[in-house]
Design a protein around this ligand. Structure first.
Ligand SMILES: NC(=O)C1=CN([C@@H]2O[C@H](COP(=O)(O)OP(=O)(O)OC[C@H]3O[C@@H](n4cnc5c(N)ncnc54)[C@H](O)[C@@H]3O)[C@@H](O)[C@H]2O)C=CC1
Ligand SMILES: O=C(O)[C@@H]1CCC=N1
Length: 280
C-alpha cells in the first residue's frame, strides 16, 4: 500500500489535527483514507466539508479499522479516550501505530490507560505547524518498528521539520525549547514593536519591520551554513549600533535569563507529566 493510502484516524479534530490533515492533503494524501472522531458538530462538519475526510462515530470504530491513530485531544481528556477505545482494541487483533501529540502525557500513562503496551510515537509539535512551518520533536517506544517509524515521520512532516530524540525525557526539553518557543520569539517581537512605537514609528511600520526582521533572521539562519553566532557577528560592526545594543543585552544577563526560562519550562513539563501519570 502506498503511504498516501494509509488509513489514519485523528481522535480530536482541533487545531493540531486540522494542521496535520491540511498538510497531509497538500502532500497528496487521499482524503478518503483520513478519518476524524470529533464531538463538536461544527468542527467535525468543517473538516468533512473542507477536506473531504470521513467522520467516525466513536474512537472504538477508529482504532479497529486504521493503520495509524493520532491522539490529538487535550491532555486531561487522554485517560477518558484511552479507556473509551481500549475494550475494542483489546477484543481484536488490531495493532495500529499510535501517535500522541499530547503535551505531558507519557508513554507509560497511555499504556496503563489502554491496559497493554502499544506501538507509540510521542510527537511535540508547535503552533507554526498550522502553516506547515512547525518544529516537531519525535520519540518512538520500543514497540515501534522501522516501517512505523518512517510512517510517523512522514505524517508529522506534514506539519513542518521533524527531529527524533533518543530518550522520552528529551521530549520535555523539546517542549521547553520549540513547543513553547514560538512564544519566546513573539515576546521579543512584542518588545521590539513597542520600543519602535515609543521612539516615534507608526504602529504599522514598527510591526511590519519587526516581523520582516524576525523572518529574515530566521531564513538567513536556516539557509546559511554559518551558525547564528557567526551571522550575528556579521551584523555587528565594531563601534557600531548593534555592538552597543548587544552590550546592553549581555550586561542584563540575557543568556542566563534565557537559560533559566527554558529550564523552568522543562521543569514544568516534567511536573505536568507527573500530575497526569497519577490520574487513574
Ligand atoms: N497548540 C499547541 O501549541 C500545541 C498543542 N499540543 C497538544 O496537542 C493536543 C491538541 O491541542 P489542540 O489541537 O490545540 O487542542 P484543541 O482544543 O484545538 O483540539 C482538541 C479537540 O479534541 C476534541 N475532543 C474533546 N473530547 C473528545 C473526545 N472524547 N473524543 C474526541 N475528540 C474530543 C475537542 O472538541 C477539540 O476539537 C493537546 O494535547 C496539546 O497538548 C502539543 C504541542 C503544541
Ligand atoms: O504551554 C504549553 O503547556 C503547551 C506545550 C507546548 C506549547 N504549549
Amino acid at each position: 500500500m502506498t503511504t498516501s493510502r494509509i488509513r489514519i484516524a485523528f481522535i480530536g479534530g482541533g487545531n493540531i489535527a486540522r494542521s496535520l490533515i491540511a498538510g497531509l492533503i497538500a502532500d497528496g494524501h487521499e482524503p478518503n483514507a483520513l478519518y476524524v472522531v470529533e464531538p463538536d458538530d461544527t468542527k467535525r462538519g468543517q473538516l468533512v466539508t473542507q477536506f473531504g475526510i470521513i467522520a467516525l462515530e466513536t474512537s472504538a470504530d477508529a482504532v479497529t479499522s486504521v493503520e495509524v491513530v493520532a491522539l490529538c485531544v487535550k491532555p486531561l481528556i487522554a485517560p477518558v479516550i484511552c479507556r473509551e477505545f481500549a475494550p475494542a482494541l483489546l477484543a481484536t487483533n488490531a495493532q495500529p501505530l499510535f501517535i500522541s501529540v499530547m503535551a505531558g502525557v507519557t508513554e507509560a500513562s497511555i499504556d496503563r490507560w489502554i491496559g497493554r503496551p502499544v506501538a507509540l510515537v510521542r510527537a511535540m509539535p508547535n503552533t507554526p505547524s498550522m502553516i506547515q512551518s512547525g518544529a516537531i520533536g519525535l520519540h518512538a517506544n520500543s514497540l515501534v518498528n522501522h516501517y512505523q517509524r518512517n510512517l510517523a515521520e512522514e505524517i508529522l512532516r506534514a506539519g513542518g521539520l521533524t527531529r527524533w530524540v533518543e530518550n522520552e525525557v528529551d521530549i520535555d526539553t523539546v517542549t521547553a525549547l520549540s513547543g513553547s518557543g514560538p512564544a519566546y520569539f513573539l515576546l521579543l517581537m512584542e518588545a521590539l514593536e513597542q520600543v519602535g512605537i515609543a521612539h516615534g514609528l507608526a504602529p504599522e511600520t514598527a510591526r511590519l519591520l519587526t516581523i520582516q526582521t524576525a523572518l529574515g533572521a530566521a531564513r538567513m539562519a536556516f539557509e546559511s551554513d554559518e551558525s547564528p553566532q557567526q551571522l550575528r557577528a556579521r551584523v555587528t560592526s565594531p563601534g557600531g549600533t548593534t555592538e552597543r545594543a548587544i552590550g546592553v543585552f549581555e550586561a542584563g544577563g540575557l543568556m542566563l535569563l534565557v537559560s533559566e526560562a527554558v529550564t523552568a519550562a522543562r521543569v514544568r513539563a516534567a511536573e505536568l507529566s507527573q500530575i497526569l501519570a497519577e490520574v487513574d
